[in-house]
Design a protein around this ligand. Structure first.
Ligand SMILES: Cc1cc2nc3c(=O)[nH]c(=O)nc-3n(C[C@H](O)[C@H](O)[C@H](O)COP(=O)(O)OP(=O)(O)OC[C@H]3O[C@@H](n4cnc5c(N)ncnc54)[C@H](O)[C@@H]3O)c2cc1C
Length: 414
């Protein structure tokens, strides 16, 4: 039985453990933190079947200067993090070119299609059906001169990508979500097929429990170093000692950059932080996630209340949270619901984002037995089942599998 070590017990590492256990590998998981307590804890819970547009596109570039200088901005770049963005920045510009954008988008559409099926299977395998709802999701827009045109364009784009959606009038939006503030509401786009997890944390725990039932070996230590020797054996170091494996999979989120640096590899995967606040839902009843696209956040009904999650801040994952962001989310929630709100908790976490909007899944150049799975940006929950399955296929076949080249780390190193 081949031995595989997986570093990172977020949704990506857990799903990967599951797929490798299913294929008969002896799996050891490394993480000193509780499973699912990193970035996977704080997301909006969307299995985002509609998210078919890579962020690097002409519209983003056109809107970027305005978005960066708004007083109530949702996108910011921390000046002390700009050095880390150099390799990312020029590749982002490149990925926004029409030909690159179309190619990346085609891959994204295909892998999201596969991911929805893979996540259904994962949810089923680990008995997490009770935490998943299919009530659709709404994206709302405020009235301005262009609002109606923007709605038409958004729906047309998604329909061309094969996503089922429909434009709703203001009255139709309010019929679905009576708690929304009618003032300045133009209408929305409704995605009836979208699924939603009302506790991403519990989902991670369900997978972990299932792994334990299948004899997972979890070493609750921080990994301090990794290597692959000439014979191809992979070594994992912790303060408790070193162990050897046939294969190693790096699923440590933004923490992967540290390991890659040890191996002399640099990938343009950066920390794009997002925030959330939780609201007491005694007075506000929401039936499904509602996205307010102008401000890049979703309000999602969760087991513990309503979660407003989103925004973008390119900053070190280790930097303290910016309290202004929490205040801004609170102000937007008052506007979205036109009601008094009670914030019960606040959270910040680091997405690991690539310039082309595609994850990095594959073997490392020159270290054939070490694989990496990160760079999922806004879509780690959505792509979890797909990623674990792809890692399994890559390990078994020793060749690049589905979209191997487009997802491989080699696209940034060769
Ligand atoms: C505000 C926000 C909203 C989001 N909404 C959505 C959404 O609705 N839908 C969606 O699909 N995605 C969403 N995402 C993205 C999604 O949450 C992430 O892509 C996903 O959680 C990444 O999972 P991960 O397992 O790669 O990382 P993580 O959950 O961060 O897990 C990495 C793990 O590695 C461990 N680790 C790191 N270094 C070491 C080390 N040296 N030794 C041992 N262990 C280590 C950490 O402790 C951690 O447990 C959102 C993200 C944010 C920030």
């Amino acid at each position: 039985m081949k031995k595989v070590a997986i570093i990172g017990a977020g949704i990506i590492g857990l799903s990967t453990c599951h797929h490798l256990q299913k294929r008969g590998y002896q799996v050891t998981l490394y993480d000193d933190q509780e499973p699912g307590s990193g970035t996977s804890f704080g997301n909006a819970g969307l299995i985002a079947n509609y998210a078919t547009t890579p962020l690097a596109n002409i519209d983003t570039l056109r809107q970027m200067p305005g978005n960066l200088v708004r007083r109530d901005r949702s996108i910011s770049i921390d000046i002390t993090y700009t050095h880390a963005l150099a390799g990312f920045g020029y590749r982002f510009l490149n990925a926004a070119r029409k030909s690159s954008f179309s190619a990346n988008k085609a891959v994204l559409i295909d892998i999201i299609g596969r991911a929805i099926i893979a996540n259904d299977a994962l949810i089923d395998d680990v008995d997490a059906d009770d935490y998943c709802t299919q009530n659709g999701c709404l994206q709302v827009i405020r009235s301005d001169r262009e609002a109606s045109k923007k709605l038409q364009a958004a729906a047309k784009d998604k329909q061309a990508d094969g996503v089922v959606c429909q434009i709703l009038t203001r009255e139709e939006v309010l019929a679905l979500e009576p708690v929304l503030n009618p003032s300045h509401l133009e209408g929305g786009v409704y995605y009836p097929d979208t699924k939603h997890l009302k506790s991403p944390e519990t989902f991670s725990r369900c997978i972990y429990r299932h792994l334990q039932e299948n004899h997972l070996h979890h070493i609750k230590e921080k990994v301090t170093g990794i290597t692959q020797d000439r014979q191809g054996h992979c070594r994992v170091d912790t303060e408790a000692g070193a162990l050897e494996y046939d294969h190693l999979v790096l699923c440590a989120g933004i923490g992967n950059n540290h390991f890659l640096t040890q191996l002399g590899i640099t990938l343009p995967v950066v920390s794009e932080r997002g925030y959330h606040i939780m609201l007491d839902d005694q007075a506000i009843k929401l039936n499904r996630p509602v996205g307010w696209l102008e401000h890049f956040f979703y309000a999602s009904p969760m087991q513990e209340g309503i979660r407003l999650a989103g925004t973008t801040e390119f900053a070190s994952p280790h930097k303290a949270a910016n309290p202004k962001r929490f205040k801004q989310l609170e102000a937007w929630s008052r506007e979205l619901f036109d009601a008094e709100v009670w914030v019960t908790s606040e959270w910040v976490g680091a997405r690991h984002s690539t310039p082309d909007g595609l994850p990095v899944i594959g073997r490392l150049p020159d270290f054939n037995n070490i694989l990496v799975a990160y760079g999922h940006g806004h879509l780690g929950l959505t792509l979890a089942g797909f990623t674990g399955d792809l890692v399994g296929t890559l390990l078994e076949s020793n060749v690049e599998a589905v979209h191997g080249e487009a997802l491989s780390p080699r696209r940034f190193t060769s």
